[in-house]
Design a protein around this ligand. Structure first.
Ligand SMILES: *Cc1c(COP(=O)(O)O)cnc(C)c1O
Length: 689
C-alpha cells in the first residue's frame, strides 16, 4: 500500500514535469485549475508560473493529490492530451508536408502566458497566438525574441489614480524557459557589435507546443553594465537603447539561429523592430561571395513583413548619426555604401531619418497590414516609397489578424462547443463554427453565467463588489489616446442614468496600462480611476489594475458586452473584441480595424455612421452614437428579450470564431506568403547553382 502510494506520487510528479515543461498547457481549458488543485499554495507562491511550480510543490501535497482519484486521473489525462498535441497528425503534414520549409518569426514581444511577461499588449499577444496556431497546424516555425529580465512594467495606482510602474526582476530559473547549450554543455552564445563594443547573448528556449521560441538574453557576467542592460526592459529607455535592442533582435537573432544549426528558408518580421535581420542576412550572403544586389534579391524573396499600426509613434525612426554609429560595421561588410543602404530606410527623397518600416518594406518581398481597412491605410501611408506606382498598387496587402481560440474561449463555453462538435482546436475547419448557431440557448446562457461569475469573483478578490445580474460592459486595452477610453465618460448624466436604472442597471469594468512615457494616457487612466472611486460612480464603474493575459482572459470571457471606441482609422486591427466575440460576448464598437470586416447587425453593434472618410467631429458623433445605442438597443435587449440576445451570442460565436481565429490567419500566411517566399528563394538559389 505504502509502495503503491509512493509510486502514484512519482507518476503524478513525472506527469507534472511534462505538463509544466511545455506552454501547450496554456490552451488546455482545465490545466491551470488542475495545477492549482494539486497544491494551491505552491501555485500561488509560483505566481502561476509552471516554471516555478514544481519546485514549490510540497511532498505531502503531492502525495495527497496522487491519492485523490479525480486529481490524479485529471493530471494523467492532461498529460496524455498534451502528448497528443505534440505528435498527432496536422494540417500542414497533410497539405504541404513535402515542402522543406522553416519559418523564422521575429518579434520584439511575445505574449504566450502571463508567467512569461515579455509582452506589452496586442502585438505580443498576436505573436504568442501565432506560435500557438503554428504548433497546432504543424507549420514548421520557430520564434525569435528577447528575454527581458524585467519585462514590461507591472501597474499600480497611487491614491490619486496616477499610474505607478514596477519592474520586478524575471528570474529565468522561475520562467518556463531553458538555456540552450552546445554539445559540450557550454551555453550557446552569440555576439553583436554595439557602437564598438562586443556584447554577448545567451539563448533561452520556451517550448510552445511543437514550436520553439528562442529568446536572447544579454544579462551575462562578461558584458559591461551597458551591455547587460540591453535586454533589461521592454520598450523602456531612449532611442539609443531601442536601436541597441533592435541590433540584438535582428542581427543577434539571426546569428542565434545559425548557432543552433537552423537554416530558415523564410523570415517573417512581426513589425519593423526586427528589420535589421535583413541587413545581417545580406551581409552573410555578400561574405559568401554574392554582390549586394544579388543578396538583396534573395533576402527580399524570402522575407515577409507585417506592419501593425498607422500611429506614427509605432514606427521606429532613428537619427542618422545614431543609425550610422550602430550599423556602419555591418554595412561595411554588406557590399554597399552607407548612403545606398540609408536610402533604403528613407520615407521620401531627402528624408534624413533612418526608418525601420521603410527598410522593412524595401527588403521584404511580401508586406501586409492586419485588416482590410488597415491594408488600405498602409498603402496610402507608404505610397511615397514607390513613386512610380499608383496608390492602389503599393505592394502591401492584408492578412486580417485573429486570436488563438483554444487559449481564449472560456472552459465552460469550450466544453459546450466541444460537445456540439465545434472543436476550436482542430485544423482551420471554419465551417464547423457554423454549428454554434444551433447551441442550446439555456446551456449557452448557463455557460456564459459561469464565465461571468468567474470574472466577478476575480474582481471581488481585487476589492470590487459587483452585481451578477447587471449588464456588464468591459473595456480593456492600452490607454493610448486614440483608443478614446474617455468617450464613455463624455456624457456624465446619461452615464449615470444607465448605471443607476433600478430595473436595468449597468456596470462597467475597465483595465489597461499607459506606456510609461505617455502622460496623456496616464491622465486618462487617472480620470477614469478618480471617477470610479467617486461616490458618483457608486461602485458601478471599476478599474482593475495591472492588465495582463490572465485579467484579459477573465474580462473577454465574462462580460456581456465588449466596448471599443478607437478613433478611426487608427485601430489597425484590435484583437480583444475577437476574443470576446468567440465567447458570445457581444461587441459594441466603432467600425474600425477588424470590426469593419466582422460587424453584422445579427451579432453586435456599430458605433458611428460607418463612413470611414467622415473624420470631422468624430468624438462628438461617436459619443452620441454610443449612448444612443446603449439606451435604445443594448440595455433594452439585454433585459427585455433574452432569447434574441442569446441568438446574437450564437451568431457571434459562429461568425467571429470562423473568421477571426489564428488558425485561419496562420494558414493564410502559410499559403499566401511563406510558401511562395520559400519557393522564390529556392528558385533563385537553383538559378545561381
Ligand atoms: C488581446 C490583448 C490586447 C490587445 O487588445 P486590443 O483590443 O487589440 O487593444 C492587449 N493586451 C492584452 C493583455 C491582451 O490580451
Amino acid at each position: 500500500m505504502q509502495q503503491d502510494a509512493s509510486a502514484a506520487s512519482e507518476q503524478v510528479r513525472r506527469a507534472l514535469e511534462e505538463i509544466c515543461g511545455n506552454l501547450a498547457f496554456t490552451w488546455q481549458p482545465d490545466a491551470r485549475e488542475l495545477l492549482e488543485r494539486v497544491d494551491p499554495r505552491a501555485w500561488d507562491r509560483a505566481g502561476g508560473s509552471p516554471g516555478a511550480f514544481l519546485g514549490e510543490v510540497a511532498p505531502e501535497e503531492l502525495d495527497r493529490a496522487a491519492a485523490d482519484d479525480a486529481t490524479r486521473e485529471g493530471v494523467l489525462r492532461l498529460r496524455d492530451r498534451l502528448a497528443r498535441e505534440l505528435t498527432g497528425p496536422t494540417w500542414w503534414q497533410a497539405a504541404h508536408g513535402g515542402e522543406d520549409v522553416l519559418v523564422a518569426y521575429f518579434s520584439s514581444e511575445f505574449g504566450v502566458d502571463e508567467s512569461l511577461p515579455i509582452y506589452a499588449g496586442g502585438l505580443g499577444v498576436l505573436a504568442g497566438d501565432h506560435l500557438k496556431s503554428a504548433s497546432q497546424l504543424g507549420l514548421p516555425l520557430v520564434g525569435v525574441g528577447l528575454l527581458y529580465r524585467q519585462g514590461y512594467f507591472r501597474q499600480g495606482l497611487d491614491e490619486d489614480g496616477w499610474q505607478q510602474e514596477r519592474y520586478p526582476e524575471n528570474d529565468p530559473d522561475r520562467l518556463p524557459v531553458i538555456l540552450e547549450r552546445r554539445d559540450d554543455g557550454a551555453p550557446v552564445r552569440v555576439a553583436v557589435e554595439l557602437a564598438g563594443e562586443q556584447v554577448g547573448a545567451h539563448v533561452w528556449r520556451a517550448d510552445v507546443g511543437r514550436v520553439r521560441l528562442y529568446l536572447l538574453d544579454c544579462a551575462l557576467e562578461e558584458n559591461s553594465d551597458a551591455g547587460r542592460a540591453v535586454t533589461a526592459t521592454l520598450y523602456g529607455g531612449d532611442r539609443e537603447q531601442r536601436i541597441r535592442q533592435e541590433v540584438v533582435l535582428g542581427v543577434g537573432g539571426t546569428r542565434a539561429l545559425h548557432a543552433l544549426g537552423l537554416a530558415p528558408t523564410v523570415f517573417h518580421m512581426n513589425e519593423g523592430h526586427a528589420a535589421l535581420l535583413t541587413l545581417e542576412r545580406i551581409r552573410v550572403l555578400v561574405r559568401a561571395g554574392l554582390r549586394f544586389d544579388e543578396a538583396l534579391r534573395r533576402v527580399r524573396a524570402s522575407t515577409a513583413f507585417t506592419t501593425h499600426t498607422p500611429v506614427p509613434a509605432g514606427h521606429d525612426i532613428f537619427d542618422p548619426d545614431l543609425a550610422h554609429r550602430y550599423l556602419a560595421p555591418l554595412v561595411a561588410e554588406a557590399g554597399v555604401s552607407w548612403g545606398e543602404l540609408a536610402a533604403l530606410a528613407r520615407s521620401y527623397d531627402d528624408d534624413p531619418l533612418f526608418g525601420m518600416t521603410p527598410l522593412a518594406l524595401r527588403t521584404s518581398g511580401f508586406a501586409n497590414g492586419v485588416s482590410e481597412l488597415h491594408g488600405d491605410v498602409s498603402r496610402k501611408m507608404w505610397r511615397g516609397l514607390w513613386p512610380d506606382l499608383g496608390e492602389a498598387e503599393a505592394p502591401i496587402g492584408h492578412v486580417t489578424n485573429g486570436v488563438h481560440a483554444p487559449s481564449w474561449v472560456s472552459a465552460p463555453i469550450a466544453a459546450l462547443l466541444d460537445a456540439h462538435g465545434v472543436a476550436p482546436a482542430a485544423a482551420p475547419a471554419a465551417q464547423r463554427w457554423e454549428r454554434a448557431h444551433s447551441l442550446d440557448p439555456g446551456a449557452l446562457w448557463a455557460a456564459h453565467a459561469d464565465s461571468k461569475r468567474a470574472l466577478l469573483a476575480a474582481a471581488e478578490r481585487r476589492g470590487a463588489v459587483l452585481d451578477a445580474e447587471a449588464l456588464t460592459i468591459g473595456f480593456a486595452r492600452r490607454f493610448a489616446t486614440y483608443k478614446r477610453a474617455g468617450l464613455l465618460f463624455s456624457s456624465p448624466e446619461r452615464l449615470a442614468r444607465l448605471l443607476f436604472d433600478p430595473h436595468r442597471p449597468v456596470q462597467i469594468l475597465l483595465a489597461g496600462k499607459a506606456h510609461p512615457a505617455d502622460d496623456a494616457g496616464k491622465r486618462l487612466i487617472q480620470q477614469v480611476v478618480r471617477f470610479a472611486r467617486s461616490a458618483e460612480a457608486g461602485g458601478r464603474v471599476v478599474f482593475l489594475e495591472d492588465y495582463d493575459l490572465a485579467l484579459a482572459r477573465a474580462l473577454v470571457q465574462g462580460c456581456d458586452v465588449w466596448l471599443n471606441t478607437p478613433h478611426r482609422p487608427l485601430e489597425a486591427s484590435g484583437t480583444s473584441g475577437m476574443k470576446a466575440g468567440m465567447n458570445g460576448v457581444l461587441n459594441l464598437s466603432v467600425l474600425d480595424g477588424w470590426w469593419y470586416e466582422g460587424y453584422e447587425p445579427a451579432l453586435g453593434w456599430a458605433i458611428g455612421d460607418g463612413d470611414p472618410s467622415n473624420d470631422a467631429d468624430a468624438d462628438r458623433c461617436d459619443g452620441e452614437s454610443l449612448f444612443g445605442l446603449l439606451e435604445q438597443r443594448v440595455v433594452p435587449l439585454f433585459y427585455e428579450d433574452r432569447p434574441r440576445w442569446i441568438e446574437m451570442m450564437r451568431a457571434s460565436i459562429a461568425s467571429v470564431g470562423a473568421a477571426f481565429n489564428t488558425h485561419r490567419m496562420v494558414c493564410q500566411y502559410a499559403e499566401g506568403l511563406y510558401l511562395p517566399a520559400h519557393r522564390a528563394l529556392a528558385e533563385l538559389e537553383s538559378l545561381a547553382a
